[in-house]
Design a protein around this ligand. Structure first.
Ligand code: 5GP
Ligand code: MN
Length: 329
């Protein structure tokens, strides 16, 4: 990879780093891993990370307490990094991106057209943390950085299970755990563990789920009233859509939660047949072929009907191609 991070930052007095709204494990791991690396390699340089407040499960990652979630007015940054997202999902950090002297966008979302002055967009790579790993001088990697990058990799690959996991992902995982952080604890606490109330909400979403398109699709939603009843927020709903997708016979899972009256945040997952990034892009969202999201307006039924049209088309297309392949073999 021919992007030299330290070269690009040479002479910079102030460096900013951000990721996407509602930061997930990969976004957070990439931002804090890069923050640690630059702080170690460029002493005397002011380096700041701006992100919406991440979930507390990530509090043991070094630098968590340094994250600025207030987005105050700041003088322009000499270099500004946008990680794990296109430049249209920066929320409160967008103003820093606009004002910065040099902008660098590092991401692995297929929907990212590359909005920085310098862009490293690799959709074939499972996580942004793997991209960051490839850009580091490995002689400077330490235990805390290794832990941050490992968190990102396990979150975006489902602990090395999703189809975006490559031999190279596992090699990096092997190298990272050699630094000696407590990886079983990290995997449990950031990926699998749920609070009792989170488990209850997930149970409710599973119980109220509806299968359609012959069982190949499943959908569930949590409305605002239910979120208020359980006193939960969007961060408490992570993992529900994956659980729906794990159900036998399901290729495409959809989970919606209500963000305002007649407004929903949509998460989609698929196993093989439906490219959910394409479905999400149709509604102004994006993501990856197997995991994507968008925002939609209308009633629950409007949203599902609109999504279902595109999903059905994708399923039919896959089946036609599949039939043709069987026929030709
Ligand atoms: P999740 O369903 O976990 O929120 O997101 C799945 C994937 O889709 C993530 O890579 C996330 O960044 C992406 N994604 C989710 N919502 C949106 C959206 O509204 N716009 C775009 N461009 N990507 C999204
Ligand atoms: Mn990612």
């Amino acid at each position: 990879m021919n992007l030299n991070l330290l070269e690009e930052c040479r002479g910079a007095k102030r460096i900013g780093i951000t990721g996407h709204v509602r930061p997930d494990g990969d976004c957070l791991g990439a931002c804090l891993g890069l923050w640690q690396y630059l702080a170690n390699c460029l002493p005397g340089t002011e380096i700041k990370v701006f992100l919406e407040k991440p979930a507390d499960i990530f509090k043991d990652i070094k630098g968590f307490g340094e994250i600025d979630s207030e987005f105050p007015e700041e003088p322009a940054f000499d270099v500004f990094f946008v990680l794990d997202t296109s430049t249209d999902r920066l929320g409160g950090a967008e103003k820093y991106f606009r004002a910065a002297g040099k902008t660098i966008n590092i991401d692995h979302h297929v929907s990212n057209p590359g909005g920085g002055q310098i862009n490293l967009i690799r959709p074939e790579v499972g996580s942004t943390c793997e991209l960051i790993y490839d850009l580091l001088d490995l002689a400077r990697l330490d235990k805390d950085m290794a832990q941050a990058l490992y968190v990102g990799i396990i979150h975006d690959t489902g602990v090395f299970q999703y189809s975006n996991t490559t031999p190279d992902t596992l090699k990096k995982g092997a190298e990272l755990i050699s630094y000696g952080f407590d990886f079983p604890k990290l995997i449990l606490e950031t990926f699998y563990q749920k609070t009792y109330v989170q488990a209850q909400v997930m149970g409710r979403a599973l119980m109220e789920s509806i299968r359609f398109l012959g069982g190949s699709c499943i959908v569930s939603a949590i409305d605002k009233k239910t979120m208020e009843f359980y006193n939960v927020g969007p961060k408490d709903l992570d993992g529900i859509v994956n659980q729906l997708r794990n159900i036998e016979g399901v290729d495409c899972a959809i989970f919606l939660y209500e963000t305002a009256t007649l407004e929903y945040k949509v998460s989609m997952r698929s196993s093989e047949k439906v490219n959910v990034a394409e479905v999400a892009a149709y509604f102004g969202g994006g993501g990856h072929a197997r995991a994507a999201g968008c925002n939609m307006t209308g009633t629950f039924h409007d949203c599902v009907n609109n999504l279902s049209l595109h999903i059905e088309k994708a399923l039919k297309k896959w089946e036609a191609e599949h039939d043709e392949r069987n026929h030709n073999s």
